[in-house]
Design a protein around this ligand. Structure first.
Ligand code: CDP
Ligand code: MG
Length: 167
């Protein structure tokens, strides 16, 4: 069954120049990239993305981490991968959440680390299941930023919305 999954190359992945390696590893899955962009993560987006961790003692550090404050790299790369069993394939390549427990041949096992303050710097995010993937893809991407119609879309007319255009 075709599935979509959100992948985020986190600020440590960008700082360590791992983008190419990670995309090469992910290409082993033969999945299709249907959306991709560089995002400067707002506090609001970070909190919404990690809202399931709101009550954890490490929540604040994880927010700082995804916003790039631990790496002086205030950006991430967000991608949507699409194809058969996308979630399981990408989770498997990513490895366990804790990089020290992750199989060393996985992305997190090979490139992740635990900081002295205890944050799992694990290089990439991968949606854990279909429900999470849908919530996260809708959070990070607008329908027109993805080249296939993954979820139902509606058209709305927005009046007097201020947007930025090239001067
Ligand atoms: O990312 P994943 O779905 O594998 O794990 P999660 O439980 O949804 O946690 C999200 C992120 O929080 C992880 O990827 C880690 O970066 C961080 N985390 C941590 O630093 N320490 C933990 N004990 C658990 C998660
Ligand atoms: Mg998760």
């Amino acid at each position: 069954m075709k599935q979509a999954t959100l992948i985020i190359i986190k600020p440590d992945g960008l700082k360590k120049s791992l983008t190419g390696n990670i995309l090469t590893r992910l290409s082993e899955t033969k999945l299709e990239i249907v959306g991709a962009k560089i995002v400067k993560v707002s506090r609001e987006l970070a909190e919404e993305h990690y809202k399931h961790l709101k009550d954890k003692p490490f929540f604040e550090e994880v927010i700082r981490y995804i916003q790039g404050e631990l790496h002086d790299r205030r950006k991430v790369m967000a991608l949507v991968y699409w194809g058969a069993d996308a979630i399981a394939k990408c989770r498997q390549l990513a490895g366990s959440t804790n990089p020290e427990e992750a199989d060393p041949t996985t992305i997190r096992g090979a490139y992740g680390r635990i900081t002295t303050s205890g944050v799992y710097e694990n290089v990439i995010h991968v949606s854990a299941n279909e429900e999470e993937a849908e919530r996260e893809i809708k959070l990070w991407f607008q329908p027109d930023e993805i080249i296939v119609e993954l979820y139902p879309i509606k058209e709305v007319i927005i009046k007097e919305k201020k947007i930025r255009v090239w001067a």
